[in-house]
Ligand binder design. Structure first.
Ligand SMILES: Cc1cc2nc3c(=O)[nH]c(=O)nc-3n(C[C@H](O)[C@H](O)[C@H](O)COP(=O)(O)OP(=O)(O)OC[C@H]3O[C@@H](n4cnc5c(N)ncnc54)[C@H](O)[C@@H]3O)c2cc1C
Length: 343
């Protein structure tokens, strides 16, 4: 993917990017995920959660130091937001960062972090409480911690239901010291930054779900034309045809929603446009649920073979569930949509 330039797609050429747009990235994620969603999420997380915050909020020095390797795919950066007691409620962060003698000293734990334990994992940006805001609320800042920093531990990888080709670990930080200059963006800006990061991430992960739904349709259609029961290919049975028709229609609808949100994000992403936030949440929710229905029907169309590893649909079925969880659960998307409706 690095050699194809996929990691640099939506970034400026100044730092080694391809100067393409956000929609181009979504197209790449969709196509990669059509083959393997675990590889798709590796690309999505490296670009949207790892490199994008450095590109969007980093100083010139930080960008020059890190982006060329990340955009070329020689390194991957991670995004450490989720904690054992702070997932959907990400503002409940307990990890702390204290400024001591010109260094940030980080203590705490993160969990379910993608791309942090590979041979090319270059570092992680963690959100941490760095003090108190004007009204006594926790001040959350984003701190960049390079791989190999003393006190930064990447713990044993999880055994996951799906996304087996994706790298996911818990992290711990024990008096982990990084230079003051590793603050990303302004002090106290961590909350705003991760909301912005997750906005793009949501659209991109919806593209992943579209790719997976398309893979389910591809596999099911081809199997249905070959498998014969009662003297005809099962694609001639109306019950199978209706499943395929629904899969095709819903996949196309999800794709259209993703492309619209990606285009709006490209032009209005920096703004607080309610329309962008609404369409991002809607496409993430709809694409996740569409791909889950598609994987379920794909296994059904394959009958007993669908339950075996001989066909890819068993893997699609395992891979698809997490779309309803990562980068904001389906419940959180519904909450966001309802809030934007004025509830
Ligand atoms: C494979 C994988 C990779 C991941 N990669 C990363 C990563 O790279 N970086 C990162 O920071 N995080 C990552 N995550 C974490 C992911 O974003 C969180 O798992 C997700 O946000 C949900 O948080 P949680 O798991 O703590 O669930 P919880 O927040 O504990 O939620 C549990 C359940 O309660 C529901 N719920 C919670 N609050 C409400 C509410 N107010 N109303 C109604 N229902 C509610 C949720 O929808 C969910 O169904 C990853 C997760 C997975 C599984």
């Amino acid at each position: 993917m690095g050699e194809l330039g996929l990691f640099g797609l939506p970034f400026s050429e100044e730092f080694g990017g391809a100067g393409a747009d956000f929609l181009s990235l979504c197209l790449a994620i969709e196509e990669v995920s059509r083959a393997d969603a675990g590889v798709g999420i590796t690309l999505e997380a490296a670009v949207c959660l790892g490199a994008a915050p450095i590109h969007d909020f980093g100083t010139r020095e930080q960008k020059e130091k890190w982006l060329p390797d990340l955009l070329a795919g020689r390194g991957m950066w991670s995004f450490g937001l989720t904690e054992p007691e702070a997932g959907s409620d990400a503002g409940a962060t307990k990890t702390r960062a204290e400024l001591v003698d010109g260094s940030w000293v980080v203590n705490g734990a993160k969990q379910f972090i993608t791309n942090c334990g590979t041979k090319i994992s270059a570092g992680v940006t963690v959100t941490a409480v760095s003090g108190k805001g004007a009204k006594g609320q926790p001040e959350i800042s984003a701190i960049m911690v390079p791989t190999g920093t003393a006190g930064y531990h990447v713990l044993e990888s999880y055994r996951k239901l799906g996304w087996h080709s994706s790298d996911t670990h818990p992290l711990s930080f024990e008096d982990c010291r990084v230079p003051e200059g590793n603050l990303l963006g302004e002090r106290g800006g961590g909350y705003r930054q991760f909301l912005h990061t997750l906005l793009g991430g949501r659209i991109a992960i919806a593209a992943l779900a579209v790719g997976l739904a398309q893979a389910c349709l591809d596999a099911s259609l081809s199997y249905a034309k070959e498998r014969r029961t009662f003297g005809v290919p099962i694609s001639k049975h109306q019950a199978i045809q209706f499943k395929l028709a629904d899969m095709a229609m819903e996949t196309e609808l999800a794709r259209t929603m993703v492309y619209r949100a990606a285009t709006e994000y490209e032009h209005n992403g920096e703004s607080t446009s309610e329309e962008v936030r609404m369409h991002a949440a809607m496409c993430k929710l709809f694409a996740s649920e569409t791909s889950k229905r598609a994987a379920d029907q794909a296994v059904q169309i394959h009958g007993g073979y669908g339950f075996m590893e001989d066909y890819p649909v068993a893997r699609y079925w395992r891979d698809v569930k997490v779309n309803e969880i990562g980068e904001g659960t389906s419940e959180v998307q519904r909450m966001l949509i309802a809030r934007l409706l004025g509830c």
